[in-house]
Design a protein around this ligand. Structure first.
Ligand SMILES: [Mg+2]
Ligand SMILES: [Zn+2]
Length: 194
């Protein structure tokens, strides 16, 4: 049996939502992001970052920038005694840009490809896993993979709740102020579960 995972969206969840991060200098983790990941580590769950970065397909920045940004994320996490077990990225867009980035892939959230990759490569048990994000697509990807979904109020979250959530056919399994509160509440909800 695999391990449960906590999947983290990047922009608006672990880092400030600023639009396209088209330069390393624009990227900033939110203050509680490292604590959230460290708490997930301590619980024995996998901590996995999953992010759509269609700015590559759109030609806004090269794929190498994403690796640079994620190098910084890993370094900042490490400096705070936190660890991401994997970082999975979709760089595609179904209708914009050129090959190989213009692609109707199966990894662009809300499609569940990145979560399936964690199932395969990290032995994540998706049925006992959670996805935390600030947009409806983050909820949908969780449900498409049989996981549960937490919406945070950072990034697009508050606006999603105010203007869109009332008409969602399925509501988030949990709504939290931020990613740290989300992890805390996931752990307390899961207490006592097999
Ligand atoms: Mg986001
Ligand atoms: Zn993709």
């Amino acid at each position: 049996m695999g391990r449960p995972a906590i999947f983290f969206d990047r922009d608006g969840t672990l880092s400030h939502e600023i639009g396209y991060v088209n330069h390393l200098s624009r990227f900033r983790l939110l203050p509680f992001a490292i604590d959230a990941v460290r708490l997930a580590n301590a619980s024995g769950r996998l901590a996995v970052l999953v992010t759509n970065q269609a700015g590559v397909a759109r030609g806004y920045f090269p794929e190498s920038l994403i690796h640079e940004v994620h190098g910084r994320v890993r370094a900042e996490m490490e400096a705070g005694d936190a660890r991401l077990d994997a970082i999975y990225v979709c760089v595609h867009h179904p209708s914009v840009g050129e090959a190989p980035y213009r692609l109707d892939c199966d990894c662009r959230k809300p499609k569940p490809g990145l979560l399936r990759q964690a199932e395969k490569e990290l032995d994540a048990d998706l049925s006992r896993s959670w996805m935390i994000g600030d947009r409806h697509g983050d909820l949908a990807v969780a449900w498409a993979a049989g996981a549960r979904a937490a919406l945070v109020k950072t990034g697009y979250g508050l606006g999603e709740l105010a203007w869109h959530a009332p008409k969602w056919p399925r509501q988030p399994d949990l709504v939290a102020e931020n990613v740290l509160e989300a992890v805390e509440r996931i752990l307390s909800l899961d207490e006592g579960r097999p």
